[in-house]
Structures are given as structure tokens and as C-alpha cells.
Design a protein around this ligand. Sequence first.
Ligand SMILES: Nc1ncnc2c1ncn2[C@@H]1O[C@H](COP(=O)(O)OP(=O)(O)OP(=O)(O)O)[C@@H](O)[C@H]1O
Ligand SMILES: Nc1ccn([C@@H]2O[C@H](COP(=O)(O)O)[C@@H](O)[C@H]2O)c(=O)n1
Length: 211
Amino acid sequence: MIVAIDGPAASGKGTLAKRLAAHYGLPHLDTGLIYRGVGRIMVDRGFPLDNVEIATTIAENLDLADLDPERLRTKDAGEAASVVAAHGPVRKALIDLQRAFATQAGGAVLDGRDIGTVIAPDAEAKLFITASAEERARRRFRELVGRGEITDTPAGFADVLADILKRDARDSGRAAAPLLVAADAVTIDTTALGIEEAFAAALAVVEARRR
Ligand SMILES: Nc1ncnc2c1ncn2[C@@H]1O[C@H](COP(=O)(O)OP(=O)(O)OP(=O)(O)O)[C@@H](O)[C@H]1O
Ligand SMILES: Nc1ccn([C@@H]2O[C@H](COP(=O)(O)O)[C@@H](O)[C@H]2O)c(=O)n1
């Protein structure tokens, strides 16, 4: 079974993807890490993020085994990821890698922005996880403060909210594989749901699709 999970930044799709993967004993791929990996290398090597040729070469040579979530879950890697992810040739270079993961024997759970629409259009279960921008910013803010990456101040929160809104606009407005709800996806709005409630709702959708 392939479970495709899409949604905007900090909506909780990664949390649900991990929980569903553990529940069904399936491997999980956080595809955001792939774009973060490309963005991180561009920044670390001082390449301008709008250099499509270099970003594409990096994407073509990316190895999933090299992606370190600890290093890549930072605010600046997320920002760099959303810039390189708008380049069509970069996305094209990363399709086979993601499809190979999705179609491995036994199935898989993938989360990202274009899983149900581009990477795994035939997935048995498709979820679109969303929440209000303010709630997503609150979640991301708590996470970044908890990791000591930013300080717990109103200005810090305003900065995270601005980043979420900017990423929403970039991810939804780009020409190449924009963030869209697949026609056969079920949308779960988690604004007022805790993690357990959201997991129960997601599990119910997947169970219904398995039958
Ligand atoms: N339903 C929920 N209620 C409260 N907090 C949540 C909920 N779901 C997830 N979180 C928390 O919100 C933060 C973001 O969740 P998560 O990383 O799963 O989002 P995401 O959509 O995968 O983000 P990204 O697109 O940036 O990878 C995490 O700290 C997570 O623990
Ligand atoms: N399938 C995907 C996954 C991610 N992106 C882009 O990467 C950025 C970072 O992703 P996170 O899920 O880790 O926040 C995101 O803002 C997207 O621009 C993508 O395009 N497609």
C-alpha cells in the first residue's frame, strides 16, 4: 500500500506520516528532506539559490542515505529548500528516487507537496493535511524555541509566521508541481485537533481506502 500525504509547512503531515508508517510497518520518506538537502548544499558551498544548473547537478547526485534530519530541519534549510524546489529541472531530477521509494515491495508512506499529484498518483490512500497559518506558525515556533534555534519573543513568533506565509505563497504559486489537493485526496484540517485526534482521523481514512 502506498500512502501519499501532502500539505503546507508545519501542518503536521510528517508527524502523521511517521505514525502511519509505524502503525502499518511501512518505510517512510519525508521528501522535504530531499529538497532541504539540495538547499543546504547550495548554501554551504556559497552557490546562489537561483542557479538552476548547479542545483540540478546536486539533485542528480543526491543520496538519500546522506540526508541528516538533525542538520536539515533548520529554518534556513527550509527556506533554501523552498527556493530550489521551485526549479522544474531540480524536481525532475528527484522524481525517480522518490518513485523508487514509493513503489518498493510492500509499500511505503511518503509526505511532501506533490506526492499524491506527481510522485505517486496511483497511491491507494491520499491525505491532504492542513491547518491555519497561525496554528502552523505556533507549532513551528514551539519546535524552534524548544531546539534553541530562536528566542521566545513576539518578534520571533512574527518572524516564523512571516516565513510560513512566504513558503505557502512560494509552494502554491510556483509553476512546477505546485502544492495542490489531489482530486482523490481526503483533506484533514488539524487546526483544532491534537496529534492523537489527527492520527485517529488519518488512520480512519487509510483504513477506508484499504478495503
Ligand atoms: N495536531 C497537532 N497538534 C499540535 N501540534 C502538532 C500537531 N501535529 C504536529 N504537531 C507539531 O507541529 C510541528 C510540525 O509538525 P510536522 O513536522 O509533523 O509538520 P510538517 O507538516 O511535516 O512540517 P514540514 O512541512 O515543515 O516538514 C511539530 O513540532 C509537531 O510535533
Ligand atoms: N515533495 C516536496 C517536499 C518539499 N518541497 C519543498 O521543500 C520545502 C521544505 O519542505 P518541508 O516539508 O521539510 O518543510 C517546502 O517548503 C517545499 O518548497 C517540495 O516542493 N516538494
